[in-house]
Design a protein around this ligand. Structure first.
Ligand SMILES: NC(=O)c1ccc[n+]([C@@H]2O[C@H](COP(=O)([O-])OP(=O)(O)OC[C@H]3O[C@@H](n4cnc5c(N)ncnc54)[C@H](OP(=O)(O)O)[C@@H]3O)[C@@H](O)[C@H]2O)c1
Length: 315
C-alpha cells in the first residue's frame, strides 16, 4: 500500500571531512611508495645499463658517472616527496585547519545569534533604549536639593561644657576638677552622636571615646589622627553630622566661641568655684539664651565641688 521511500543516510559533515582527509592521505602515501619502488628499480636499471652494458660510459659530470648524478638528483626528489607527505601534511594540513576554524567561527556566530534572540525576547530593545535615555536625562538634570540632604529641621545642635563661675574650662590642656557624675552625664548624653571638637581637645583624650563619631576641627591639612574625621571648619563638621538629630560641640574654648552662633542648646555644668585657667567658656548672652532647666548636684566625697546642670535654649 505504501511505497517505501529510500532515505539517503545523513553523514555528519565532520565525519565526512575526516573520511575525505584519510582518503587523500592514503593516496598520497601510496604515491610515495610507488615513487620509491620506481626509484629503486630505475636506479638499479641505470646501474646495470652503465656498469654491465656500458651505455654512456664516457659521459661524466664533475668527475662522476652520469648515472650517479641521475640517481642523486632522483634521490633528492624522492626525499622532497617524502617530506611533503610525512612532514608538511602530517598535522592535517593548513587547508584542513583553516576550514575547521571557519566552521568553528560560523558555529559560534550562529550560537551568539540564538542567544541574542533570547535576550531580545526577554529585554525588548526599544524598552532598553527608552530606559537608557531616561537615565541619561536624569543624570543631566541639575540636582535638586532634596529634603534628606538638607539639615534636619528639628535638629538640635548642642554645646556641652563644664565651666567654673569665672567661665574657666581648663588649664595646660587639662580640666581643673574631677566630677565623676558630670562625666557620666556627658557620656549618657553624647553616646551614639557626633562629637565635634577642636584639635587641642581631641589631643587631651588618651584614645577616642567609645560609641561616638569624633569630628576634629583643625587648620592643618595634613592632620590625620586615628579614630576621628578631620574637617577644617564648623560648617564642614556640621555637614558631616547632618543626619544626626543631636550633634554635640564639646569644646574647647576656641570651638565653643565659634559654636555659639550655630548652637540651639547649651548643656552647661556650672561648677561652683573660681578656678585658675587658660581657657574659658564664652559669655552667654542672656538676651539670646534662656535657661530651660536647672539641676543642682552638691559636693560630696566623690565631688570636691558642687555644680548645677543648666540647660540653655536659644530664644
Ligand atoms: N571644661 C570643659 O567642658 C572642656 C571641654 C573641652 C575642652 N576643655 C579644655 O579646653 C582646652 C582646649 O581648648 P582650646 O581652646 O585650647 O583648644 P580647642 O578649641 O580644643 O582646639 C583649638 C584648635 O582647633 C582648631 N581651630 C580653632 N578654630 C578653628 C577654625 N576656625 N578653623 C579651623 N580650625 C580651627 C585649631 O587647630 P590646629 O591648631 O590644629 O589648626 C586650634 O588650635 C583644654 O584645656 C581642655 O581640657 C574643657
Amino acid at each position: 500500500m505504501f511505497s517505501k521511500r529510500k532515505e539517503t543516510p545523513q553523514i555528519d559533515p565532520v565525519q565526512r571531512e575526516l573520511y575525505e582527509h584519510a582518503r587523500k592521505r592514503t593516496v598520497q602515501k601510496k604515491r610515495l611508495f610507488q615513487h620509491f619502488i620506481v626509484f629503486l628499480v630505475g636506479s638499479i636499471f641505470l646501474i646495470i645499463l652503465n656498469l654491465l652494458i656500458g651505455v654512456g660510459k664516457e659521459i661524466t659530470f664533475f668527475g662522476l658517472d652520469w648515472y650517479v648524478i641521475v640517481v642523486i638528483c632522483w634521490a633528492f626528489l624522492l626525499v622532497l616527496h617524502f617530506c611533503n607527505v610525512w612532514l608538511f601534511h602530517k598535522f592535517m594540513g593548513a587547508e584542513w585547519t583553516s576550514n575547521q576554524m571557519e566552521r568553528l567561527i560560523a558555529k559560534q556566530k550562529a550560537e551568539i545569534a540564538l542567544i541574542q534572540k533570547d535576550v531580545d525576547l526577554m529585554y525588548p530593545k526599544d524598552e532598553l533604549i527608552k530606559k537608557k535615555e531616561k537615565f541619561i536625562k536624569q543624570q543631566q538634570q541639575p540636582k535638586v536639593v532634596e529634603e534628606t540632604i538638607k539639615p534636619m529641621l528639628n535638629r538640635k545642635i548642642t554645646m556641652i561644657a563644664a565651666a567654673g563661675e569665672n567661665n574657666a574650662l581648663g588649664k595646660d590642656n587639662d580640666l581643673v576638677w574631677h566630677l565623676p557624675d558630670d562625666f557620666k552625664r556627658f557620656k549618657q548624653l553624647t553616646t551614639g552622636h557626633h562629637i565635634i571638637m577642636g584639635r587641642k581637645t581631641f589631643e587631651t583624650f588618651p584614645k577616642p571615646l567609645p560609641n561616638r563619631v569624633h569630628v576634629v576641627i583643625t587648620r592643618n591639612e595634613n592632620y590625620k589622627p586615628e579614630g576621628a574625621l578631620v574637617v577644617h571648619s564648623m560648617d564642614a563638621a556640621l555637614e558631616i553630622a547632618k543626619d544626626d538629630p543631636q550633634p554635640f560641640i564639646i569644646g574647647g574654648g576656641e570651638i565653643y566661641k565659634i559654636g555659639m552662633e550655630y548652637a540651639d542648646c547649651i548643656e552647661l555644668t556650672r561648677v561652683h568655684g573660681i578656678f585658675e585657667a587658660d581657657t574659658f567658656f564664652p559669655d552667654i548672652d542672656t538676651e539670646a539664651w534662656i535657661i530651660e532647666n536647672r539641676e543642682l548636684h552638691g559636693a560630696d566625697e566623690r565631688h570636691e565641688f558642687g555644680f548645677t546642670y543648666l540647660t540653655y535654649k536659644k530664644k
